[in-house]
Design a protein around this ligand. Sequence first.
Ligand code: ADP
Ligand code: MG
Length: 373
Amino acid sequence: MSVRVVARIRPLLKAEIERDVIVDAASAPGSAEEKKSVVRIPNPKNESEAFSFQFNSVYGQEATQAHLFDGEIAPTVKHLFKGYDVTLFAYGVTGTGKTHTMRGGKTLAERGVIPRLLSSIYRRARKLEKDSAEETQVEVAMSYYEIYNDRVFDLFEPPEKRTPAGLPIRDVGNGKTQVVGLTERPCTSLKEFEMLYDQANVNRSTSATKLNAHSSRSHAVLCVKIIQTTAEQTRVSTASAIDLAGSEDNRRTDNKNERMVESASINKSLFVLAQCVEAISRKQARIPYRESKMTRILSLGQNQGLTVMILNLAPVRSYHLDTLSSLNFANRTKKIEVNEVENQPIFREAPGKGRESEKFGAMSAPAMHRQPL
Ligand code: ADP
Ligand code: MG
């Protein structure tokens, strides 16, 4: 099982002055199907030539939030409830639609992957509690943090309470990591989730001098833990949704001081991510995970679960070189092998063990295989 890579080309924006569209979605050559799986872009050195990149699916300018969710994300919810972890991440240059894809707008139609995923989780949970033969209880808990300048900050903590060094990451064996001291909030309904999520997103933006500048320079990681309990067992699985920092080439922007530090660490973490991807696709023994916090946490290829990467692309010419470098990066990501391993259910044999600490203990990093407790 490899990482599923899906490209999404955003539409031209009303406010966008540039109308020179150079990127489009196409069907695979020879396929009679309407389904699109190819991104086409001109060769910058010879515009009479086009490059084609094939992915698992490609969503063009006309694709709605519902299309993307129904086609790519909804099918993972079943796996989540079977005990597999799911990791979803958005990769792309600033301004290509990562936040729009993951979080989305306020209206029902504009809601992004995250609120739709939660809505789908609660729907399935309620159905399971009502219909399953054995009495089942489903609980949901979330944690949310950002990685900024290679430091981890809990988004449930107001910015003034942050320790400058950020939260430590601990190895918990088998290439798995855990953020130490992260807040985990139980959320019993979609409404409660949305309230907590909005509140945490305020903590993300108010810590910045420039709202957009900040959010495009940090990686935001949302972890949703699902705890299914029957009389015999407890099964825990985690869905992680990650809005990565912008992948633009920061060397080309005029960065000074603080911006320089930020750029250096974004460049580094995305560079290390690319190196990890390269090393994994070449089946090299040494994968440089440890060289940035983001790659330690993401641990692509060591993940035991389903991974969907959404590659966000802008259709216009001013993004040409950045778009090509995103496409090349994603092309390598496709080759990562992911072992699909179920989280072991926790059998209720040791009554001495505190249920609360079992359920709401420290949150593991995204989609890591969890050992039986
Ligand atoms: P990023 O997070 O990658 O920097 P944003 O999600 O902030 O990019 O998107 C940039 C702008 O484009 C925003 O104004 C957003 O609303 C708009 N946008 C992105 N994708 C779409 C889309 N599929 N449909 C409509 N508007 C979009
Ligand atoms: Mg964004």
